[in-house]
Design a protein around this ligand. Structure first.
Ligand code: PEP
Ligand code: MN
Length: 337
């Protein structure tokens, strides 16, 4: 249920409603704009259905939401969520460019990529330390050592760092070293992990599952917001279809649809979506045109020898060229990079 307060409702009126909801055993989540306050009511469906909120002072409208998500919806919050992490901003017109290798491999590799990403105008540095690999025999990432190298590389060029957290057990450790916690496609419906990240004070980059519907992506994001963490970035990274020429199929309609349905920033990852470096630039351009708030691209100083995802990784000159080509398109879309 969404309770819309009248314009400039007093704090006392808002508190009164919230108190009543708490007494009834429901949770109240506030979206407080300068003029409008909307209160999202979360709790047992039956209980909420019976709540009579229409007559309360200051309440103008009560909307019964049937969708399985509320807090992430545009109805709850019309304005874009702006995620700020260190100096980087994403959402609300600020375009985020996340770049870096699939996995952290060495100090030299990370320092070189960090320099290149910074110099070309990237806004965040990525690098996997805990890698979700299809084969248990493939390189699983450097773990804690990798987190430390990522952190040091990010610090050396003053870029915030993004890395994946694979398991609830690692959440605290990863949060200690990283600025943004990535939930990978294979973990999008790991509800325990989502709940844990909802309780943490770190922005979350939530990637779409390999065969997740738009509604399922939104429901997963709802888990994180429900826990109190409102800094969530959604990422379209390609879905599995019958096509095998590309690694996945980049669903650009999902980017546009998500931008309409939710106030959360939406980015695209053409590297994992296509699996082919020659398709990264055209798909970056297309994602910007579809309304993406940012991109995530894999960059490696020596893609031929990358321990993971080399065929989809750009080398440094290609990434620098990519940034030059994308900048005017971002501006054309009315965003800042
Ligand atoms: C990644 O970004 O490193 C990654 C493993 O992506 P995905 O979870 O989308 O496969
Ligand atoms: Mn990868």
């Amino acid at each position: 249920m969404l309770i819309v307060m009248r314009d400039h409702a007093s704090q006392a009126e808002i508190d009164h409603v919230v108190e009543h909801l708490h007494e009834a055993g429901a949770e109240a989540h506030l979206s407080q704009g300068e003029v409008k306050t909307v209160i999202g009511v979360i709790g047992d469906r039956e209980l909420i259905y019976q709540l009579e909120m229409d007559g309360f002072p200051g309440v103008t409208e009560v909307i019964r939401v049937l969708k399985p998500y509320k807090l992430i919806s545009r109805e709850f919050q019309a304005e874009d969520t702006v995620v700020r992490v260190k100096g980087a901003v994403i959402g609300g017109g600020a375009f985020g460019m996340i770049a870096g290798p699939c996995s952290v491999e060495s100090e030299a590799q990370m320092l070189e990529v960090a320099q290149a990403v910074k110099q070309a105008g990237g806004t965040m540095l990525r690098g996997g330390a805990f890698k979700p690999r299809t084969s248990p025999y493939a390189f699983q990432g450097m773990g804690l050592e990798g987190l430390k190298l990522l952190r040091a590389a990010g610090d050396s060029v003053e870029l915030p760092v993004v890395t994946e957290v694979l398991d609830v057990r690692d959440a605290e450790t990863v949060a200690e070293w990283a600025d943004v916690l990535q939930v990978g496609a294979r973990n999008m419906q790991n509800f325990m992990l989502l709940e844990e990240l909802g309780r943490m004070e770190r922005p979350v980059l939530l990637k779409r599952g390999l065969s997740a519907t738009i509604e399922e992506v939104l429901s997963s994001a709802e888990y994180i917001l429900k826990g109190g963490n409102r800094d969530v970035i959604l990422c379209e990274r390609g879905i599995r279809t019958f096509e095998t020429y590309t690694r996945n199929t980049l669903d650009l309609a999902a980017v546009a649809a998500l931008r309409q349905l939710t106030h959360l920033p939406v980015i695209a990852d053409p590297s994992h979506a296509t699996g082919r470096r020659e398709l990264v630039e055209p798909m970056c351009r297309a994602a910007i045109a579809a309304g993406a708030d940012g991109l995530m691209v894999e960059v490696h100083p020596d893609p031929q020898h990358a321990r993971c995802d080399g065929p989809q990784s750009l080398d440094v000159p290609a990434f620098t060229k990519l940034m030059e080509c994308l900048r005017p398109l971002v501006v054309l879309e009315g965003k800042r990079l």
